[in-house]
Design a protein around this ligand. Structure first.
Ligand code: BGC
Length: 449
């Protein structure tokens, strides 16, 4: 490899390093922000009450669930037996194109209501159904069955939804589409859904995390520790949706992060998410490659078009690049040829692969530091076991991501790191919504059958 390339990669490794003292600083800052957020003070962590606690595992009944806010919309029907057996929901994934996401709330929710109608028709379901609703954005809730969207993230921009009750908008759309038999009984964020899906079978589950298009984490907190005003709620503990993607203290921010942020739809917001999640990992790699290309370090100074367009290089490409284990980075070269970059030098392909690893290793270490902070808030010495339910393509698909996270836990806690168990809970957010619907409905006599 050329000296200039070797030096440039060394410099990047330095810029993207997350040594253990920085991990500790992030954890301390995260704990401060958690406390401030729980007290209702200014904090980058909103610490949103969800009005739901871990399930008992005894919840029963048939429920529908709608899961929207990630790459796909999922509709499902789950029969909960409440006997310790894992539910096997019937589900269907629909892809929503960009138009409804960036149009108006009415258009968006009408499209979603039609998908629910399709699911019911395809499965021969008619009559009345109770539905749980996972909406993967920050929600201001005063009860389990309603909540306002605080602000869009992840590039969603449909107008007329921010500040509004999304259950009401969905109910209106269902009525307009002739689906009056579907009644939305609960609302939750995707982290909470994932948490509930795992906790239904595993009482040690006390936190959950999404590492997908966006990122966020939630955990179980004692109500006595929530010092801001709460709506009516009868239990001693409650799951808190931290909106951790917005965490912005003690992060290892560099010039590429700053560049990505100013050009994003939400400058100044979601700082951690922009370092960790799938919507941004590809863009960070692209910005680095464009910089090195522009400086003549890569591609002989002729930057391939695929690196010239904002968000033109997705996180799934970063994933594919990391999967290449050949000495000469042959699959990286083949991938770039497929993307219209022509034939690139093995050395440039190797450098690109190295950049992909540098960017995603930092993401894994930041994600792990956030989760380390989450579980140590109420158990500083890790005296108990903690299952963290995790879902999302970055965690599931990126080579080495889980391994880097676990390595970070070991750097921080030594042998005690074994107390923290990351459990992939695939599509848990949909099933979790059905479980939440069961809990909510069971507590609400007027809606009981
Ligand atoms: C949203 C969160 C959500 C996360 C993962 C973030 O952009 O603000 O509410 O949980 O993405 O989907």
């Amino acid at each position: 490899m050329k000296r200039t390339t070797v030096d440039a990669l060394d410099e990047l490794r330095r810029l993207f390093d997350v040594p253990v003292d920085l991990q500790r600083a992030m954890i301390a800052a995260f704990h401060d922000e958690m406390s401030r957020g729980l007290a209702g003070g200014p904090s980058s962590l909103q610490m949103l009450p969800t009005y739901i606690d871990n399930p008992t595992g005894l919840e029963r009944g048939t429920f529908l669930a709608l899961d929207m806010g990630g790459t796909n919309v999922r509709v499902l029907r789950a029969d909960l037996r409440g006997d310790g057996s894992a539910p096997a929901p019937v589900s269907r994934k629909f892809s929503l194109n960009r138009d409804p996401i960036t149009s108006t709330g009415d258009i968006l929710f009408a499209a979603v209501a039609r998908l629910i109608g399709r699911f019911l028709a395809e499965n021969g379901l008619d009559g009345g159904y109770r539905m749980g609703f996972t909406f993967s954005f920050a929600l201001r809730q005063r009860s389990i069955d309603r909540g306002e969207l605080i602000a869009w993230t992840k590039g969603w921009t449909a107008t007329g939804v921010e500040g509004e009750d999304v259950v009401e908008i969905l109910n209106r759309a269902l009525l307009r589409e002739g689906l009056a038999g579907v009644r939305v009984v609960s609302l939750n964020n995707d982290t909470t859904g994932t948490h509930m899906a795992r906790a239904y079978l595993d009482p040690a589950c006390d936190a959950a995390c999404i590492l997908g298009t966006g990122t966020n984490a939630c955990y179980r907190e004692r109500v006595a520790n929530i010092r801001k005003p709460l709506g009516p709620y009868a239990h001693a503990s409650m799951i808190i949706n931290m909106e951790s993607g917005n965490f912005d203290k003690a992060l290892p921010r560099n010039t590429f992060d700053a560049l990505l942020d100013v050009r994003s739809e939400n400058p100044g917001a979601q700082s951690a998410e922009k370092m960790v999640s799938g919507k941004y990992l590809g863009e960070l790699v692209r910005l680095i490659v464009a910089d090195l290309g522009g400086r003549g370090v890569l591609f002989g100074g002729r930057l391939p078009d695929v690196f010239a367009v904002r968000e033109g290089f997705g996180s799934e490409r970063v994933c594919e690049i990391k999967e290449d284990g050949t000495t000469d980075a042959e699959s990286v070269r083949a991938l770039l040829a497929d993307l219209g970059a022509g034939s690139i030098a093995a050395e440039d392909a190797q450098a690109l692969r190295e950049i992909a690893w540098i960017v995603s290793d930092r993401a894994a270490r930041i994600a792990a530091s956030i989760l380390a902070a989450t579980v140590t808030k109420n158990d500083p010495a890790l005296d108990r076991d903690h299952t963290i339910a995790v879902d999302g393509s970055v965690f599931e698909k990126h080579p080495g991501f889980r391994a880097r996270m676990e390595e970070t836990f070991r750097e921080l806690f030594g042998d005690r790191a074994a107390r923290i168990r990351l459990e992939l809970t695939r599509d848990g957010s949909g099933l979790g919504a059905a479980i939440i619907a069961a809990v909510a409905d069971g507590e609400n006599p007027k809606t009981q059958e």
